[in-house]
Unconditional design. Sequence first.
Length: 319
Amino acid sequence: MKQEHILIIGAGGQIGSVLTDTLRELYGDDRVVASDLHPLEGQSGPTEVLNALEGQALEAVVKKWRINQIYHLAAILSATGEKDPMRAWNVNMTSLFNVLEIARQRGLGKVYFPSSIAVFGREAAPVDTPQYEVLIPETVYGISKVAGENWANYYFRRYGVDVRSLRYPGIIGYQSMPGGGTTDYAVDIYHYAIQKKPFECFLRADTRLPMLYMPDAIRGTVELMEAPANSLSVRTSYNLAGMSFTPEEVASSIRKLMPNFKITYKPDFRQAIADSWPAAIDDSAARYDWHWHPEYDLDAMTKDMLRHLAVKYHLGELA
Ligand code: NAD
Ligand code: SER
């Protein structure tokens, strides 16, 4: 066991809930403090109710548990952010500044801050979007992630804070539900399919977006955090890719196992957000620097998602 004292902020969310379990397996239950705005149930290790907008409360938790690493996952995501842009900006930036400042003041070992494909806008190359590309996002979420990446880089270069970051694509997992993003359909669709319900998709059939299966996302996060500092050439945020698909392609993948699955399309305001994002991004910097490689393609993910959801919904073995 490694002697880290880790704080996860936003541990109750889609990614945080899975990451908490993985980090506890790696470092020990008692070494990983899971925190969120609301009490967390069913935990195998310590928890805190923590609003990351409150700097003094964050400092108290860091002192109490002798924290030396923070995974800062709390954020307002793309679709929810567009409903109240000022709130999204405040939550995403104030919480990040609180984390970066506590890390600087107390000399914390490492900080993890996830960025997103939302940093890209229509001016960026839509396919194989390079690591270093023009960043003109069209959502407040994307603007906050571009700003966050640059502040991460600033704190690293100016103060030596070891902040590490990944530009996650849409993350898909069976363990948890997504929290207000534009890629959420790609999780919801599996829940409808396994329950034999027709699915109405809020994106057009041909909307191609970068996606990543949860096990790959969690493994990539841990691998980045464990990589030697001198191997990391990117101190804003690494492009991270897994697969790219359209809603129609997920539906076809599901139909290989559930031939009667039905999908209809009713695009809403999230279509414009998706249209401003790339279809596939180039993650060669991550592959070169810390040997990133995804394991799941669409069909492998579909099989695994449906198998686990069948258990979750008490449907027995998937035929
Ligand atoms: P989520 O919305 O599921 O979870 C976020 C969690 O943060 C929630 O549990 C929420 O209660 C908590 N939170 C919100 N405000 C808080 C505050 N002020 N103080 C403490 N906690 C607060 O999000 P997620 O999908 O798990 O995403 C985690 C991170 O990964 C975010 O930074 C997000 O931008 C990034 N990301 C996610 C995806 C994805 O597809 N899920 C893709 C790209 C980037
Ligand atoms: N999955 C996220 C969203 O749709 C991308 O950051 O907001």
